[in-house]
Design a protein around this ligand. Structure first.
Ligand SMILES: [Zn+2]
Ligand SMILES: [Zn+2]
Length: 333
């Protein structure tokens, strides 16, 4: 099969990815193999290609928003049938025995494995997954639309919950890419007032189109104090900016897996009056199931730009340079 691999981490425009020929993967016990139809492009793939995330395996195939059709079952696999459309996401294994797994917090597992980092992901014609970590996908979304739900959607959903946004509260969203455009819609449909702060003109237009109350530059103040904020941009200097925009008792949740350094914070200015700062680390499978249900119930509109498989590197470059709004999705057909 054809598969993209991270050859040597480097700035995306120096070509860290390479398209190679590989043996088709075989499903092990309890695993299923999918023929990949689409794979979403996540900013984490970019961090991996550029070396912000240390590689865990040489020549790994990135991609953890995989939509595919089951085409082979490993020994004992019986959750899905050949032909079913399923999704493969970031979290692909947890130990099941650590204190976090045992307390419903498998996203904090001390021995997890991740798709497209520890094991090969979906920038390829075939991929395998432990069936217990795969998702059935709602019919309401096409292959291109379903892919971004699998990480952008799930992480945006978890970030929203981590931000402790009160009912009918005021939410600030810093950075407006694939994840933010889905989280914003969930918040709005649940009654929140959403203010978007991003440097990209096009992203501000999309945000307003999707119904946010205001859209300004990332360095600007929102028009009113915020009960909660989510930082999607991987930019540490925005942490004090976002904290200053919070009302008393507000929470800032940082959604990304990687962030540039945070400048020195002032206790009085940034944290006193019970402002809280937290992060988001992966997700539980329950988060994933909840997001997929919410996506259907709230009729989320997925803005996605498809790229042919041969142009996965260009898709990543476009994400890096804010050349598209919404999500980039690699399509195999
Ligand atoms: Zn564990
Ligand atoms: Zn991701």
């Amino acid at each position: 099969m054809r598969a993209w691999v991270v050859d040597r981490p480097a700035p995306i425009d120096d070509g860290p990815l390479r398209l190679v020929q590989r043996d088709d993967p075989m499903p092990g016990p309890g695993q299923v193999r999918v023929r990949v139809r689409t794979c979403g492009v996540c900013r984490t793939d970019l961090h991996l290609a550029e070396g912000d995330l240390a590689p865990r395996r040489p020549q790994v195939t990135p991609g953890h928003e995989v939509v595919g059709e089951v085409d082979a079952l490993g020994a004992g696999a019986d959750r899905f049938r050949v032909g079913d459309r399923i999704g493969i996401a970031w979290l692909r294994h947890t130990c099941g025995t650590c204190r976090f797994c045992r307390s419903g917090r498998e996203n904090l597992c001390v021995g997890p494995l991740f798709t497209g980092w520890d094991e090969d992901g979906g920038y390829a014609e075939y991929a395998v997954v432990d069936e217990r970590y795969a998702y059935s996908l709602p019919d309401d979304f096409s292959d291109v639309e379903a892919a971004p739900l699998l990480c952008s959607g799930i992480i945006g959903y978890r970030a929203l919950r981590r931000s402790n946004l009160p009912r009918f509260g005021r939410l600030g969203i810093y950075g407006f890419g694939a994840s933010a455009h889905l989280a914003a819609q969930i918040a709005i449909r649940e009654g929140a007032t959403v203010h978007v702060l991003t440097r990209s003109d096009e992203a501000r237009k999309l945000a307003l189109d999707l119904g946010v109350a205001s859209a300004r530059d990332a360095a600007d103040r929102p028009p009113e104090p915020l009960d909660a904020a989510i930082l999607f941009a991987p930019v540490g200097t925005l942490v004090p900016t976002a904290l200053e925009a919070l009302d008393r008792g507000g929470t800032l949740a940082i959604a990304g897996i990687h962030l540039t350094d945070i400048p020195t914070l002032s206790y009085e200015k940034h944290l006193f009056e019970e402002r809280a700062l937290t992060s988001v680390t992966a997700n539980t499978r329950a988060d994933g199931e909840e997001l997929l249900l919410a996506a259907t119930r709230l009729r989320l509109e997925v803005r996605a730009t498809p790229y042919p498989m041969e142009h996965a590197d260009r898709a990543l470059s476009d994400v890096a340079h804010d050349r598209l709004t919404g999500a980039a999705v690699i399509s195999m057909t």
